[in-house]
Design a protein around this ligand. Structure first.
Ligand SMILES: Nc1nc2c(ncn2[C@@H]2O[C@H](COP(=O)(O)OP(=O)(O)OP(=O)(O)O)[C@@H](O)[C@H]2O)c(=O)[nH]1
Ligand SMILES: [Mg+2]
Ligand SMILES: [Zn+2]
Length: 328
């Protein structure tokens, strides 16, 4: 079903309702609460209030896309009941919203108020650099931190060691924080813990790379499903189907998300794409032609930078592919 867009008038009405709701908070017998969306799938939503109680909520119409990490206003009816009727009536202003492009080309919310996107890849299944680069474009344009986690390093062998090392160096050389972990051998977990402190991070990546396993080793008490992987490719079987937020013991929170096959950022202009490639950013605005497409034009500062051997061929390929996709 096509998603309804809010008119400006509807937006104003929601904002005004919300203001009234907040002002009336006390007179309404404390039935209105702020809460955090800790799990979200389709129209099923779990919201946690400040006292850490969780409510399965329905959604009022016209609230738009809501995601894990959103701060919302909920209304509870029959508050004295064991299971009060809970409705999300408004969404609080967001710091940011990570989105992807859905099947029909529409933007879909992945998570809100994100401080850090932790891109998880693994030795097996083999990393997909184009996927990593696409997550980087989305994250750089969100103004969230980036963390790259290379999991399952216990599976390094003579066959894959070189290619994994090359991949690691590509991202380390351009300044990204990359942590090598093994859930199986308990490697890198303390370093990961400190990198996740005091912020809301989301774990993203292919199915089977070990996102849920990382949550489980950080929070052993958590009930979370860990999946099998296929023997042939090591690919996962899409075990996690719902994004869920977990509070970390030293502050901060971690959102586990369902594994993807692909991720298409919603950034659909050249500027966002250049901005998504940290090592290319400083060339922005230095091309001879203002509307340069960074492909065949003379005097293109980006193409000159790409021709410079100091850039990694893999990143150059990703950049060109993204720009080509835009032009289609
Ligand atoms: N050898 C090895 N296996 C691991 C490691 N971490 C996770 N696994 C295994 O990888 C498989 C997939 O783990 P999950 O945690 O379910 O992967 P996921 O990324 O959450 O997958 P989806 O939920 O499908 O996206 C399981 O069989 C884990 O036991 C690791 O460090 N080393
Ligand atoms: Mg999972
Ligand atoms: Zn150019």
């Amino acid at each position: 079903m096509a998603k309804r867009r809010l008119t400006d008038q509807q937006k104003r009405r929601i904002a005004s309702n919300k203001k009234n709701l907040t002002q009336n908070q006390h007179t309404l017998d404390n039935k209105i609460f702020d809460g955090l969306v800790v799990s979200h799938h389709g129209r099923k939503l779990v919201v946690e209030t400040e006292d850490l109680k969780q409510y399965h909520c329905k959604l009022r119409q016209n609230l738009g896309d809501i995601a894990c990490g959103d701060s919302v206003v909920i209304q509870l009816d029959n508050i004295s009941d064991e299971n009060p009727n809970a409705i999300v009536v408004a969404v609080n202003e967001r710091k940011n919203l990570l989105q992807k492009t859905g099947f029909a080309g529409q933007a879909k919310a992945v998570a809100a108020n994100i401080g850090q996107v932790a891109i998880v890849c693994s030795v097996i299944p083999e990393p997909n650099p184009y996927l990593i680069d696409r997550y980087l474009i989305a994250t750089e344009n969100l103004r969230a931190n980036v963390l790259i986690i290379l999991n399952k390093i216990d599976l390094l062998n003579d066959e894959n060691r070189q290619s994994i090392n090359d991949l690691k160096n590509v991202y380390k050389n351009i300044g990204y924080h990359l942590i090598e972990t093994s859930v199986k051998k308990n490697i890198g977990i303390d370093e990961l813990k400190s990198a996740l402190d005091n912020t809301i991070s989301i774990l993203v990546g292919l199915s089977g790379v070990g996102k849920s396993s990382l949550v489980k080793i950080l929070l052993p008490e958590t009930e979370i499903r860990i999946g099998e992987t296929s023997d042939a490719t090591g690919e996962g079987k899409h075990t996690t189907t719902v994004s869920s937020l977990y509070h970390l013991t030293d502050g901060g929170a971690l959102i586990d998300s369902p594994g993807v096959r692909d991720f298409t950022p919603t950034n659909r202009n050249k500027e966002d794409i250049v901005n998504g490639f940290v090592e290319l950013r400083h060339y922005q605005g230095y091309c001879k032609f203002k509307n340069c497409t960074h492909t065949t034009e003379p005097g293109c500062a980006i193409s000159e930078a790409l021709d410079n051997n100091e850039l990694s061929q893999q990143r150059v390929n990703s950049f060109k592919k993204m720009i080509d996709d835009l032009q289609e």
